[in-house]
Ligand binder design. Structure first.
Ligand code: PAF
Length: 280
């Protein structure tokens, strides 16, 4: 695997390649990232991964400074798996050599709900860096995990509207055996919090099962899940049943009519904010 830190080196490595499959990450790689790389490998050649902790997508009170940076260990994992041909690991000056005054802003309907409501500016930061990474790597396909469900939808709509010639592939959420979705932030959980954390997934499962069993009052299901989390020490941002197609709440009758839904949640356990979702 070639590790490059500049756009120039990256372009030199990829000159003439038409079928690049790309996996953007913020590093601290775990099993879920490695399976994104495997999926990329099935859909293109060569596979390029990036590791860049993007300041632009973190709010002022978020965990940018303590976000784990483990480049040497990440490189060792990628070398072991042998799926990635080039790793692009730019520093901040390489990605943002001047203040980033041109930004890619997601539309209000998708960008300001759910994560966008609780993390203002988050999707502008994501879209801006993903568009820049796409410009650097020029992939034919790019792989994103479904754990960040709304991010996946935002990136897809950005590519559609900006007519970026990149096909976006979705990878299923990878979970620990007890159901907790893998995330770099899990490492911040104390032993007690780690034991509590799978509740989030269990409650999402319960909402899905209730909908499948014929429940039509989404608001009551959300409220019950929220109350259960709160009673167990979580600080809940949202638990919300939405339509898969646009992440809007289902309107009257849609749940009963079998509209494809997804239940999404974000909540803090101690200082660690976890997100998860399940398609119904
Ligand atoms: O999902 C992530 O790790 C990040 O949001 C991404 C897509 C790499 C952009 O910084």
């Amino acid at each position: 695997m070639k590790v490059v830190h500049t756009v120039r080196e990256l372009r030199d490595q990829l000159r003439g390649q038409q079928r690049v499959a790309f996996v953007p990450t913020m590093g601290n790689l775990h099993a879920a990232h490695l399976s994104l790389m495997k999926l990329a490998r099935q859909h293109g050649d060569p596979v390029v991964a990036s590791i860049f902790v993007n300041r632009l997508q973190f709010g002022p009170n978020e965990d940018f400074d303590r976000y784990p940076r483990t480049l040497a260990a990440d490189i060792a994992k990628l070398e072991r798996e042998r799926d990635v041909y080039v790793l692009f690991a730019p520093d901040e000056h390489e990605m943002y050599p001047e203040p980033q005054s041109y930004k890619v802003q997601p539309p209000d309907d998708l960008g300001s709900i759910l994560e966008g409501e609780f993390r203002p500016g988050f999707f502008t930061g994501v879209c801006t860096v993903v568009a820049k990474l796409f410009a650097c790597v020029q992939p034919r396909v790019a792989v994103f995990g479904k754990k960040d469900y709304q991010q996946l939808m935002v990136v897809r709509s950005m590519c559609r509207q900006l007519q970026l010639p990149v096909e976006i592939l979705a990878h299923e959420t990878v979970r620990d055996p007890d159901g907790l979705a893998l995330s770099s932030r899990n490492r911040f959980l104390s032993v007690v919090e780690r034991a509590e954390a799978p509740r989030l997934h269990r409650l999402l499962l319960r909402v899905c099962e209730a909908v499948r069993a014929g429940a039509v009052d989404g608001t009551a299901l959300e409220a019950r899940a929220r109350a259960d989390l709160t009673a167990n020490g979580w600080e809940v941002d949202y638990v919300s049943l939405r339509r898969q197609r646009d992440l809007n709440p289902p309107v009257s009758g849609e749940i009963a009519a079998g509209e494809p839904l997804v239940v999404l949640a974000a909540a803090k356990l101690g200082h660690t904010r976890l997100i998860d979702n399940l398609e119904v």
